[in-house]
Design a protein around this ligand. Structure first.
Ligand code: MOS
Length: 704
């Protein structure tokens, strides 16, 4: 089935926009509960060792403290196989900042004060927290996130490099960075001991995943856990899987039946407990003919994981599908460290991987004297280099050409350090971008029709359509876009459709992750609408209802499916101080049908802004002596702010793709960040002649 667009493609205003502006949209912490207790944790001050004693007596004596949980008295969990979830279950300390106790008090201030009064004694052991590619502990994981091959070799890359007329061999690094959505991770947990039910108001990218995980860890029936999350104040991956904070809140609620427990992470705790992007060390070697045609790509990555739980970022995967070559090697090695476990952060793999790959392409452009836009066009593959499958659609070349046109690229002087204006070196750079078009199996939806005589007859329907699916709108516009999809699938006006999301009382849905939400939930809703119309026609009676589920895509395995883009950036570097500014960024994308131009532009600009942030600002600084991220607040960990952004534009080409899903859309949540930092680094080189192989780049990097 392919949907005919009517509502799809329109700039329908964000449905909950008014509520958000008025402050009536409820976020997790704001749900009213009766008689809540506030949780404040005690976190380990060592990176590795054991807790040998905990004295909670002073804390417990504080007026308003109801309980202090430690590994000695906390309720036992049913399943501790996921070490990240095994909070307060034993005396081991695996990383600095780990939960070692939790205070429950009548007021949040009291809980915080009492947490300071808990005295923890440790048996401290030596720790290793620095990523070192010569570490003897280096190992190859079985797969990289989520299930890609760790290593891959095609052809004979070493021989090809040996005979290549031109080679580029360089090392690139990216910093450790932390997710900082405006709304921190938050849980309001209530345990109803009588009915054996746990209710969580949660800030999450997927209520169904939280329900499954928490039920398993606590040993409850899945149906005994309710997770409610109507609005989420941003999620860049850290809310894509539950973390220890949610388990701690749930565990605490079980310890105090009848008293809801409220736990919002402080900004500083956000740097300890909910994942981060691993730092990477990337060795890239390109071999090419004199005309720029690639003969070999080698992309070897070293990155970190936690010793207590593995997470393997798929950093080199980008290089498997981007450019044509007969010879290729990609590999991933992990160093296990005494640190918190890395996790998802917007475009895991693609974001750091594209930085190295796309700066290396710029270096090849310089080495061969070929324009960097033309170099990429020359290396455009006919079929997917990763799978050998034809592309469902791939319009990278169109993105490059259109961006070059819009950026007046033909007027660019290719020589670096050629333009000095009012004391600023000015340059421009380009990088390509790609993100896979993911769909996830497992969602369901229900559609109900209710006759509504009060409905405006001009809307052409006798009543309203209620669409239910436990999807998530983390600020992306998913609620709005799903309404548009439902309207087109039902053949009705969007004003007659109400989409309910963010609640496990609704049919289960997959997580907002891997830019898969709209494609997966949309196809599920389209399936339900199909069944609804089969059963009831287009003039349904009151109470008409139909269920649907995520259909298999008959074209998966037959086509390679990805979105593509091209970033263009202008960078100014101050000749005396090295201050870096980015006056202009343009992203041109090919991402299938754009379902809502307003929310799509916002997503793409958000991704590009995060790419700017990656290029110039974000870096978690770990003190090797303590294992502690020392710049753990938004004063010291700078996230690109409004004043850092110049003219930034995102646009797209019209792309029709009949294979990806019934809507013809590709995910757009992550592609905006992919390649953006590389375009800025390449522009910085063009401006100054100084090659930036490490991000974030700072003014001292330009002092030569
Ligand atoms: Mo996104 S990092 O796939 O939640």
């Amino acid at each position: 089935m392919t949907l005919t667009p009517d509502a799809m493609g329109r700039a329908l205003p964000r449905i909950e926009g008014g509520q958000k502006v008025a402050g009536t949209a409820r976020y997790a912490f704001e749900h009213p509960v009766v008689g809540p207790l506030y949780l404040h944790p005690v976190q380990s001050t060592i990176a590795r060792g054991r807790v040998t004693a905990i004295d909670t007596s002073t804390a417990e004596a504080l007026d308003g403290v109801v309980a202090v949980l430690t590994h000695e008295n906390a309720p036992r969990l049913a399943d501790t196989s996921d070490a990240e979830f095994a909070v307060l279950q034993d005396d081991t300390v695996a990383f600095r900042g780990q939960y070692v106790a939790a205070v429950l008090a009548e007021r949040s201030e009291t809980a915080r004060e009492a947490a300071e009064l808990v005295e923890v004694t440790y048996d401290q052991q030596d720790h290793h927290v620095e990523l070192d590619e010569d570490s003897p502990d280096l190992y190859a994981p079985d797969v990289v996130n989520p299930s890609f091959e760790t290593d891959e070799t095609v052809g004979d890359p070493e021989a090809a490099l040996e005979s290549a007329p031109v080679t580029v061999r360089q090392t690139y690094t990216t910093a450790m960075t932390h997710n900082n959505p405006m709304e921190p991770h938050t849980t309001v947990a209530t345990w109803d001991a009588e009915d054996g039910r746990l209710t969580l108001f949660e800030s999450t990218q997927g209520v169904s995943a939280v329900r499954t995980a928490v039920a398993g860890v606590l040993g409850l029936e899945t149906g005994s856990v309710d997770v409610i999350s109507p609005h989420v104040g941003g999620g860049f991956g850290s809310k894509g899987t539950p973390h220890a904070n949610t388990v701690l809140a749930a565990l605490a609620a079980r310890a105090v039946p009848g008293r809801p427990v409220k736990y919002a992470l402080t900004r500083q705790q956000m740097f300890d407990l909910v994942g981060y992007r691993t730092p990477t060390i990337q060795h890239v070697t390109l071999g090419a003919e004199a005309d720029g045609r690639l003969t070999a790509i080698v992309h070897d990555v070293v990155e970190q994981t936690a010793r207590f739980k593995e997470f393997a970022e798929q950093t080199a995967v980008y290089s498997r599908s981007m450019y044509a070559t007969q010879n290729r090697r990609t590999s991933h090695r992990l160093v296990p460290l005494d640190v918190g476990v890395p996790s998802w952060m917007r475009a895991p793999g693609e974001a750091p991987g594209s930085f190295a790959a796309e700066v290396a392409m710029d270096e090849l452009a310089v080495a061969t004297g070929i324009d960097p836009v033309e170099l990429r066009i020359r290396n455009e593959p006919a079929v997917s280099p990763a799978s050998g499958l034809p592309f469902s659609s791939r319009h990278l070349v169109d993105c490059l050409r259109r961006g070059a046109d819009r950026f007046a690229w033909r007027l660019r002087d290719p020589r670096p350090r050629a333009r000095l204006v009012d004391g600023w070196w000015i340059g421009t750079g380009v990088a390509a971008s790609s993100y896979p078009t993911n769909s996830m199996p497992g969602s369901s939806a229900v559609i109900r029709f209710h006759v509504d005589p009060s409905l405006d007859p001009a809307l052409g329907a006798a009543g309203r359509y209620e669409v239910e699916i436990a999807a998530a709108d983390i600020g992306t516009g998913a609620r709005t876009v799903l309404t548009q999809i439902a309207a087109d699938a039902l053949g009705v006006r969007p004003e007659t459709v109400h989409v309910a999301i963010g609640d496990t009382a609704l049919p289960p849905a997959t997580t907002a992750g891997g830019s898969s939400g709209t494609a997966s939930w949309g196809a599920t809703i389209a399936d339900a609408a199909d069944r609804f119309r089969d059963k009831w026609g287009d003039d349904p009676s009151d109470g008409a209802q139909a269920d649907g589920s995520m259909p298999d895509n008959p074209y998966s395995g037959r086509y390679a499916m990805s979105a593509y883009g091209a970033h263009f950036a202008e960078v100014a570097v101050h000749a005396d101080t090295g201050e870096v500014r980015v006056p202009r960024m343009l992203g041109v994308f090919a991402a299938g049908r754009i379902l809502n131009p307003d929310t799509a532009r916002s997503q793409l600009l958000g991704g590009m802004t995060m790419g700017l942030s990656m290029a110039l600002h974000e870096e978690s600084v770990l003190d090797p002596r303590s294992g502690h991220v020392i710049n753990h607040d938004l004063a010291n960990y700078h996230v690109t702010a409004h004043a850092d952004v110049g003219v930034m534009e995102a646009e797209w080409i019209d792309e029709e793709d009949p294979y990806v899903n019934p809507m013809g859309c590709k995910g757009i949540g992550e592609i905006g960040i992919v390649g953006a930092a590389a375009a800025i680094a390449n522009a910085a080189h063009h401006a100054t002649g100084v090659r930036m192989r490490s991000v974030p780049m700072t003014l001292d990097d330009f002092v030569v």
